[in-house]
Design a protein around this ligand. Structure first.
Ligand code: NAD
Length: 488
């Protein structure tokens, strides 16, 4: 077994081999709980990107003609090695991104579920057929893999997001390249160590480390047929345009500003618990995180008071400590950005009813901690209500009725996820019907679709048409070829 997890400097994985990058630029990988460097990522050169593409292209023909059941068996093997190393996977994830061990376990579990779902690829990939569309003429639709795909990943789910894409792409017969976020490259070092163990043919999966130059080299490379991207909206738009310019398929998942409506008839206790998980889970660094809570009618004061009380009690600290309920932000820059957002909220007149800026975590003075932060009396026009904060900061807005609350969500340029807490079936139905966001929860704080459903939003939160995992990923990674045949 390779021992890449012990290696501090990242390596690339190309054509079944671990290779040191010759790139001249590098950056520290920092543990956000301590502020200490735990590794180094080397930014790959364009020649290394090209080597990965050539390896993937070279492996494609043989891999596409490998029976789907044989490809599915690699998914079973991958699941097994991921289960065996489950705790290591969670620990690496927590160490480089800061979330709690419990949250990392959830992340690893969700990644495994994509692998499990794609073990069904012989069934998922089946086409359609119809006899006698004209006299003696039959028609069949085959789903064919397309070639080489690449994933460009964000920092906040270093383990899971690349595994939203790699299993469906590879199981359907494509070959693949992963570019992790340069901030958190260590989880994918471990994933590729496990991929190496299962013995895929060389070139089927490849890993290149780096930042935006590597991403742009992948987007421009003529040897790549399609790109799966997850990250901020500004970059998602750029990726969408670049990929289209270079004739590639693209699914580009962007940022979010999620609304949660709390109706006067919501059951307060479970609602507040769900809000805590939604707004402060992963320190608010989730594209599904609740950000704007709209208190409808007379529930406002009770909701605010209960939310403040429970938020205050959350234990903030190093995610490796099992008693900790919220970890640090992922980087110094992320912390500074969140502090600027809080400052903007104060300046614009929102009422800071719980201030997480002064949180202290004595054993870790160098960590990037911000405590749970709650703003009340937030107006829809304020910056904190409009822009993605991506931190443990929640805004409470008031609405007199359902329609006024709904309009706030409808006016947002983002449309990733949203939830309603209510005992009314009518409101719940109306919310699901009208919400522009594509992932919708009813009395559920984090409306995350499972691996066998599709994941992604709309408007500025998603560019493309076919979303991540589920059946849509099989559509994204395959072409549907229609064969009409008549035998004379
Ligand atoms: P980011 O956009 O800064 O980076 C994402 C990836 O793009 C990284 O691999 C980075 O190297 C690359 N990149 C950055 N700038 C680039 C450029 N100019 N050209 C080409 N590539 C570039 O995002 P992030 O900060 O790593 O991740 C956080 C964001 O991701 C948040 O906005 C969050 O909402 C979003 N996100 C969305 C989803 C979703 O499902 N919609 C899921 C997770 C995260």
């Amino acid at each position: 077994m390779a021992t890449t997890t012990a290696v501090k400097t990242t390596r690339n994985y190309i054509k079944g081999e671990w290779v040191e990058s010759k790139g001249k630029e590098s950056q520290d990988v920092v543990n956000p709980a301590s502020g200490e460097a735990i590794g180094k990522v080397t930014f790959s050169t364009s020649a290394e990107v090209d080597a990965a593409v050539q390896a993937a292209r070279g492996a494609f023909q043989e891999w596409r003609s490998t029976p789907p059941m044989t490809r599915a068996r690699y998914m079973f093997k991958l699941k097994n090695v991921l289960e065996e190393r489950f705790d290591d996977c969670a620990k690496v994830c927590t160490t480089e991104v800061g979330k709690t061990l419990e949250e990392s376990r959830g992340e690893v579990r969700r990644a495994i579920e994509v692998v499990e779902a794609m073990a069904g690829v012989p069934t998922l990939m089946k086409g359609q057929a119809l006899e006698d569309i004209a006299a003696g003429l039959d028609c069949a639709v085959f789903r064919q893999p397309i070639g080489v795909f690449a994933a460009i990943a964000p920092f906040n789910f270093p383990f899971m997001v690349p595994l939203w894409f790699l299993p469906p792409a590879v199981a359907t017969g494509n070959t693949f390249i992963v570019k992790p976020s340069e901030q958190v490259p260590l989880s994918q070092q471990l994933v590729f160590e496990l991929l190496d163990e299962i013995g895929l043919p060389p070139g089927v999966v490849n890993l290149v480390n780096g930042g935006r130059e590597v991403a742009n080299a992948l987007l421009a490379h003529p040897g790549i047929n399609g790109v799966s991207f997850v990250g901020s909206t500004a970059v998602a738009k750029h990726v969408y345009a670049e990929a289209a310019k270079h004739g590639k398929r693209v699914q580009s998942l962007g940022g979010a500003k999620n609304f949660i409506l709390v109706m006067p008839d919501a059951v307060l206790g479970p609602t507040v618990n769900a809000l805590l998980g939604s707004c402060f889970g992963c320190a608010g660094q989730r594209c599904l995180a609740g950000s704007n809570i709209v208190a409808v009618g007379d529930i406002h004061d009770r909701l605010r008071d209960a939310l403040i009380e429970k938020s205050k009690a959350l234990k903030v600290g190093n995610g490796l400590d099992s008693s900790v309920q919220m970890g640090p932000l992922s980087s110094k820059a992320a912390k500074e950005r969140v502090l600027r957002c809080i400052e903007a909220g104060v300046k614009e007149g929102a009422k800071l009813v719980l201030d997480g800026r002064s949180v202290k975590v004595p054993p870790h003075p160098g960590g990037f901690f911000v405590g749970p932060t709650v703003f009340d009396e937030v107006a829809p026009k304020m910056t904190i209500a409009k822009e993605e904060i991506f931190g443990p900061v929640v805004s409470i807005l008031r609405a007199k009725d359902f329609d006024e609350a709904m309009k706030m969500a409808e006016d947002s340029p983002y449309a990733n996820a949203g939830s309603i807490f209510t005992a009314s079936g009518k409101c719940a139905r109306e919310f699901g019907y009208r919400l522009p966001a594509s992932m919708c929860g009813v009395n559920v704080g984090v409306a995350a679709p499972m691996a066998y459903f599709s994941f992604g939003g709309s408007r500025s939160s998603f560019m493309g048409d076919l979303k991540a995992h589920g059946g849509e990923s099989v559509d994204f990674y395959t072409d549907r070829k229609v064969v009409s045949s008549r035998w004379l």
